[in-house]
Design a protein around this ligand. Sequence first.
Ligand SMILES: Nc1nc2c(c(=O)[nH]1)N[C@H]1C(S)=C(S)[C@@H](COP(=O)(O)O)O[C@H]1N2
Ligand SMILES: [Mo]
Length: 267
Amino acid sequence: MRNVSMKPKAPHRRGFLSAALSFFALSLSACDRLSSEPRARSVLDAASSLSYRVQRLLLGAHRLAPEYGETDISPVFRANGSTDPQDDEYLDLADREFADWKLKVDGLVEHELSLSLDDLRALPARTQITRHDCVEGWSCIGKWTGVPLAEILSRAGVKSQARYVVFHCADTLNDGSLGDDPESIRYYESIDLADAAHPQTILAYEMNGKKLDIAHGAPLRLRLERQLGYKMAKYVMRIELVRSFAGLHGGKGGYWEDRGYEWYAGI
Ligand SMILES: Nc1nc2c(c(=O)[nH]1)N[C@H]1C(S)=C(S)[C@@H](COP(=O)(O)O)O[C@H]1N2
Ligand SMILES: [Mo]
């Protein structure tokens, strides 16, 4: 499925730089503060800080994931985790083809946002063909189109106290992998501001040239190309800027992190 002789396409650095320069500068300074600040350090220490810090150092915060060509796209892109959410709110939105859906952006921002799919489509878009790696050991190559997260955050205005971006999803994950887990909570994830500012971090509304389908996270899902699949929240409803994710459910920053997976799932 993976064509190893294929050369990654040239990255679109310039577009990103002009679009997100100010936000980028902010996130770099946030990064510096992060490494010197004891409280943030202790959260990182609990969440695999070694691999996080080593990867950041060796690979650089802004290294691009490889991009592929149209012929590399997997004929079938496996869907995983929630693939057909049965939550009432989600079913109502899906019934009307997400015409009433709005992405909320709140928390430590200057301006709260509420964006429809049309609003998102009117923003600058990025298309990327990338390989998705699931922690379970499978990979697929797909083409994703969406809005760079940096575009949204620069419109919301990230307050200086913010350190992380939390994604709140519509689905209660029930794939049987947790047995009879009495906890019925919706999927959630978090990333830092350096990853939020990365050019390949997009909120995708299209997959392989078509409207994103329900199995793969309609109407909007995160693509975070340098980390494993579980970081890439599907069915995103709300984006919250926070100082710390210690108060979010189990305190490890994500649904699977709270069940033992690493917070920084670099590949
Ligand atoms: N909201 C939500 N996002 C999610 C999941 C999920 O169950 N719910 N599963 C994760 C996992 S483990 C993977 S591998 C990818 C799967 O994305 P796909 O269905 O498009 O292959 O979504 C991730 N994001
Ligand atoms: Mo996964």
